[in-house]
Design a binder for this molecule. Structure first.
Ligand code: PLP
Length: 401
C-alpha cells in the first residue's frame, strides 16, 4: 500500500516558494542572483508593530488564545472593515488565522464536496487550484485578456456557472497581473452572482493597501451589499505592513461559514500565534501614514522598471494598478535561440534562461495559469531592479533568431 494518499500525490509544491528556495540555495553557494520571484515587501516591519509584540511577551501574552483570535484583534478587524469599507461585522463573523493562506484553505475545506466547482479567473495566485484540489473540488479556469485588463467579465462568468458552482474566487489587486476591479466592475459581476443564489464569492483583498496613481480600493461586499451574506472577505497583515513572517490573516463572512472554519482550525492548528496577534492589532489600529511612503516607493519602482524594460524587444509590459508585480508578455522571445543553441519554447524556458544565463530569478506565467508571461516582483530595492533590467537586456541581446 502506498504511504501517501491520492490527493497529496497529485499536488505540486508552491512554484513561487520552490523558486525562492532555489535562489536562496544559489546565493548560499555564492552566486550573485537577483531574486524577483518572491512576493514579500522588502521593508522592515514598522517599529511600533514590533514594539507591540515585545510588550505582549513582557505582559505574558504567551499562551493559547481563543481559536478564532483574541477579542482585541477581532475588534481591530471589525473597526478596520467599518473604517475602510463602511461594512459592519460582529465578532462571530470574524476569524483570525495563520496567514490569509490558512483561511483560504480552511474555507475551501469546509465548503467543498467532491465535484463542487470553484471559478478561478486566469491569471490567478498559484495556491488557489491546489487548495481546491486538497478539498476535492474542481477548479474552473476562466481565461482573461490583456484587452479586458486581465479581469473577469460578467459575460465570461455567466457562461461557466452551473448548479455545481460553489465559489467565485476574486483577487483584487491581483497577484500576478496587478489589475484592480473598480466598483462598477464589481457591481456588474455582482449582478450575475445575484441570479445564482447557490453561489458564494471569496474575495482575496490581501493587496488592498497597495494601490497606485491615487486610485481607491473597493471590496465586493461594499460594492454589492446584497451579496454580503454570500461573501467571504479574506485579508491579512503580510503585504500591507511587511509582516509576511508573522503569519496573521483574517476573514469576515457569514456566521455559519466562520463557525465551520473555526471548528476546522480548532482541530488542526488551534489559535494563531498570540504575540503576532498583538502585533497585528497594533498594525490595524495604528497610524498608517508610513503606508503612503511605501506606496510611493513601489509606484516609482514600477515606473522606473517599466521604463527600463520598455526598449527590450520581444516584451510587452502591462502597467499594474496595484500590488507589487510587473506582468510581462514574453511571446516575442519564443522561438529565439540561446548562445548554447537551445530554442526558447515557453515562458518556463525564458525564466530558466534568465536564471541560468544572467542570474535573474522571475516567475513564469504558467505558474499562474497564463502563458507566455513573466512575473517580476518590484518589492526589491531600486538598485537591484536597475541591475536586473541591465542583465535582462544583456540576456535578450544574446539571443539569436
Ligand atoms: N493571497 C494572495 C493573492 C497572495 O499573493 C498571498 C501571498 O503571496 C496570500 C494570499 C497569502 O498571504 P499570507 O501571507 O497572509 O498567508
Amino acid at each position: 500500500m502506498p504511504l501517501l494518499n491520492k490527493i497529496i500525490s497529485t499536488i505540486k509544491p508552491s512554484a513561487t516558494l520552490a523558486l525562492v528556495q532555489k535562489v536562496l540555495e544559489m546565493k548560499a553557494k555564492g552566486a550573485d542572483v537577483i531574486g524577483l520571484a518572491g512576493g514579500e515587501p522588502n521593508f522592515p516591519t514598522p517599529k511600533f508593530i514590533c514594539d507591540a509584540a515585545i510588550k505582549a511577551i513582557q505582559d505574558g501574552q504567551t499562551k493559547y488564545t481563543a481559536v478564532d483570535g483574541t477579542p482585541e484583534l477581532k475588534q481591530a478587524i471589525i473597526d478596520k472593515f467599518s473604517r475602510d469599507h463602511s461594512l459592519k461585522y460582529v465578532p462571530k463573523e470574524i476569524i483570525v488565522g495563520t496567514g490569509a493562506k490558512q483561511l483560504l484553505y480552511n474555507a475551501f475545506m469546509v465548503t467543498l464536496d467532491p465535484g463542487d466547482e470553484v471559478v478561478i479567473p486566469c491569471p490567478y495566485w498559484v495556491s488557489y487550484p491546489p487548495m481546491v484540489q486538497c478539498a476535492q473540488g474542481h477548479s474552473v479556469f476562466v481565461p482573461t485578456t490583456a484587452e479586458a485588463g486581465f479581469k473577469l467579465t460578467p459575460e465570461a462568468l455567466d457562461k461557466v456557472i452551473n448548479r455545481n458552482t460553489k465559489w467565485l474566487c476574486l483577487n483584487s489587486p491581483n497577484n500576478p497581473s496587478g489589475s484592480v476591479y473598480s466598483k462598477d466592475e464589481l457591481k456588474a459581476l455582482g449582478e450575475v452572482l445575484s441570479q445564482h443564489s447557490h453561489m458564494y464569492v471569496m474575495c482575496d483583498d490581501i493587496y488592498e493597501k497597495l494601490m497606485y496613481d491615487g486610485q481607491s480600493f473597493t471590496t465586493m461586499a461594499q460594492a454589492c451589499p446584497g451579496l454580503k451574506n454570500r461573501t467571504l472577505t479574506i485579508n491579512g497583515v503580510s503585504k500591507a505592513y511587511a509582516m509576511t513572517g508573522w503569519r496573521i490573516g483574517y476573514a469576515a463572512g457569514p456566521e455559519e461559514l466562520i463557525k465551520a472554519m473555526k471548528i476546522l482550525q480548532s482541530q488542526s492548528t488551534s489559535s494563531p500565534n498570540s504575540i503576532a496577534q498583538a502585533a497585528a492589532a497594533a498594525a490595524l489600529n495604528g497610524d498608517h501614514s508610513f503606508l503612503s511612503d511605501w506606496v510611493d516607493e513601489y509606484q516609482s519602482r514600477r515606473d522606473a522598471m517599466m521604463q527600463n524594460l520598455a526598449d527590450i524587444s520581444g516584451l510587452k509590459v502591462y502597467k499594474p494598478d496595484g500590488a507589487f508585480y510587473l506582468w510581462i508578455n514574453c511571446q516575442g522571445l519564443l522561438g529565439k535561440k540561446t548562445a548554447s543553441g537551445e530554442i526558447l519554447e515557453s515562458d518556463m524556458d525564458v525564466a530558466n534562461y534568465l536564471l541560468e544565463s544572467v542570474k535573474v530569478a522571475v516567475m513564469p506565467g504558467s505558474a499562474f495559469g497564463m502563458s507566455p508571461y513573466l512575473r517580476l516582483s518590484t518589492a526589491v530595492s531600486q538598485e537591484n531592479l536597475d541591475k536586473a533590467a541591465g542583465r535582462f537586456k544583456e540576456a535578450v541581446a544574446a539571443l539569436s533568431v
